[in-house]
Design a protein around this ligand. Structure first.
Ligand SMILES: Cc1cc2nc3c(=O)[nH]c(=O)nc-3n(C[C@H](O)[C@H](O)[C@H](O)COP(=O)(O)OP(=O)(O)OC[C@H]3O[C@@H](n4cnc5c(N)ncnc54)[C@H](O)[C@@H]3O)c2cc1C
Length: 478
């Protein structure tokens, strides 16, 4: 357990047992996992909220891992992570839907590859794929573009909420005593009294063990510990979100036959009732290159036109970019250093949302093997996040709830049907929304068709009132 020690300036400071750097979905999952043990842990995050890095900008597929490279750590952890999120996600209130995927072959050559992909899936422990002939394919997906030859059905591919997942994991960690330090970017690491002193942009954090889950910056943190095992080269993925009117056009996630370098561009429903097209895959030098490009969007529309011609005629709600933490290696970079009391969970490339809970278990086991004593706490407090997915009742659809608390009947964001009650709850949650972006990820407010054109003033006023922030500060762009 935590003890009193000295910080670098000599003042008394809490010495944590474990500091986890980075509150993306991976760091949040690790914090939640360690929160089950009799340890004092702290989750240290540079940004002002949980899940603002790669974890907020992905394709939001809960992968089966059918197409992973057999034998890799990634293949194993994706498979296990899929099962863990299906087990814990519903209890945590994470919106998850089993839509299944169809991996569509558009050429005879791609058709010939389907059997090999099915065999690879079986090697990865996933035997439920099945070949779908052309006629059945068009019955299953009547709006599919002309010219498809056949498909491989992957029935256990799900869609998941990328925003609720890190928030739920971090909230359950905090509910079980894990401290959360937001706005604290780790800049240097020193040693004092047998502990690591993480010097952050907001003061020191002292911990006996450190877990690096810093996503795009995991290599930088790794180098602070003297290692030089990988370099992150961000792989930019641009995506287009289509209006909810497009949702009836597609029933499954439509995947392309992957190439050696990319899983390719897919069309998928979202748990919010939209349709997403993407992502592109382009290596970029800048770890902050989160702007879309004309070329990227044009290339997506070209591919989308072939996959689902009617989709590209629908209106676009939003576009966004995510940066995968690609490295020179083809597997996750997870390593343990007992001598340093340090673990690195880096290089979590394009599957980390799915694998997050399995990565957390793997890291906990690695820390145990490295000498960290893990004793289960007697009690573990479970939490449940407010539902923001379309497949389950939203508050405005629950008469008893509205009758008990009329704020849940007062819709503020009409595109996404977000109520005053949900906005106030988000502002008072254990990890509260402190920004409009944070509020969007917790409630969907200002996230829809009008992107806040009609509701932003009222949404801002409510958030400002509940948090004590001024509307002007909330509306400033970072
Ligand atoms: C386009 C795209 C599509 C994807 N699609 C899918 C998908 O469908 N399914 C799936 O499973 N996965 C998908 N992924 C992958 C998934 O999103 C990532 O693997 C996952 O989000 C990585 O989580 P993370 O916690 O490692 O990183 P991040 O979410 O980036 O979190 C790292 C955190 O560390 C913080 N940090 C960095 N440096 C410091 C520091 N010095 N001090 C303190 N904090 C620091 C950052 O602020 C950040 O919050 C996709 C990714 C992309 C880009």
């Amino acid at each position: 357990m935590a003890s009193r020690g000295r910080s670098d300036d000599g003042s008394p400071a809490l010495t944590y047992d474990v500091a986890i750097v980075g509150a993306g979905v991976v760091g949040a999952a690790i914090a939640r996992e360690l929160g089950q043990y009799d340890l004092a842990c702290v989750l240290v995050e540079a940004a002002d909220d949980v899940g603002t890095g790669t974890s907020k900008a992905n394709t939001a597929i809960l992968h089966t891992g059918f197409d992973a490279t057999p034998g890799t750590l990634e293949a194993r952890l994706v498979r296990r992570g899929h099962a863990l999120l299906l087990e814990h996600g519903p209890r945590l209130g994470i919106p998850i839907e089993r839509v299944g995927a169809l991996l569509v072959a558009w050429t005879d050559e791609q058709d010939a590859a389907l059997a090999g992909i099915a065999a690879k899936a079986a090697e990865n422990g996933y035997a439920a794929t099945r070949r779908v002939e052309r006629d059945e394919l068009y019955r299953l997906e009547p709006h599919l573009g002309a010219g498809a030859v056949a498909a491989l059905a992957v029935p256990d591919e799900h869609i998941i909420c990328p925003f609720t997942t890190p928030l739920a994991l971090a909230t359950e960690a905090v509910a079980n005593g894990v401290a959360l330090r937001l706005g604290a970017a780790v800049e240097r690491v020193a040693q004092a009294d047998g502990a690591h002193v993480l010097e952050t942009s907001a003061g020191s954090v002292v911990a006996r063990w450190v877990v690096n889950a810093a996503g795009l910056h995991a290599d930088t943190i790794d180098r602070l510990f003297g290692h030089d095992r990988f370099t992150v080269t961000p792989r930019r993925g641009e995506l287009i979100v289509f209006d909810k009117l497009a949702r009836p056009l597609v029933r499954h996630t439509i995947l392309p036959v992957p190439t050696a370098t990319t899983k390719g561009v897919l069309v998928a429903p979202t748990v919010f009732g939209n349709v997403v097209l993407g992502p592109t895959a382009e290596d970029v030098p800048d770890r902050a290159a989160t702007g879309t490009t004309a070329e990227g969007l044009a290339s997506l529309l070209g591919k989308g036109r072939r996959i689902l011609p009617e989709l590209v005629r629908e209106e676009v709600t939003a576009t966004y970019v995510g940066l995968r933490a690609a490295t020179e290696h083809t597997d996750y970079q997870i390593a343990f250093h007992a001598d340093q009391r340090y673990a690195c969970a880096g290089g979590i490339r394009s599957t980390g949302l799915t694998a997050s809970m399995a990565i957390a278990k793997h890291v906990a086991q690695g820390l145990r093997d490295a000498g960290l004593v893990l004793r289960r706490r007697d009690a573990f407090r479970e939490i449940r996040m407010p539902n923001i997915g379309e497949a389950f009742p939203r508050p405005y659809q629950e008469p008893a709830r509205v009758a008990a608390h009329p704020d849940y009947g007062c819709i503020v964001c009409h595109c996404e049907r977000v109520t005053r009650g949900e906005i106030l709850d988000a502002a008072r949650a254990p990890i509260p929304a402190r920004t409009l972006d944070g509020l969007r990820r917790r409630t969907r407010a200002a996230f829809g068709r009008c992107q806040g054109f009609y509701c932003l003033a009222e949404v801002t006023r409510l958030l400002a009132g509940a948090t004590g922030e001024t509307p002007a500060r909330l509306l400033r762009t970072p």
